[in-house]
Design a protein around this ligand. Structure first.
Ligand SMILES: [Zn+2]
Length: 60
């Protein structure tokens, strides 16, 4: 199962992407297009990381 960019029709590569949520920056490995740079974020992954950030903030 390989995912391709909807625009470029090239295979996506895993890339470290910096996200910001609730003022906290974190890095997630996400599939991204090597040509146009479009990041294909999986909702599951995004929600998982956001929950981690929320828990991190609560424990402060
Ligand atoms: Zn692309």
């Amino acid at each position: 199962m390989s995912t391709v960019c909807a625009q470029c029709q090239v295979e996506l590569r895993q890339r470290d992407v910096r996200l910001r949520y609730l003022g906290v920056e974190f890095t997630v490995g996400l599939p991204a297009c090597p040509v146009c740079g479009q990041v294909y974020i999986s909702e599951e992954v995004a929600h998982g990381r956001m929950r981690e950030v929320e828990e991190m903030l609560e424990s402060k």
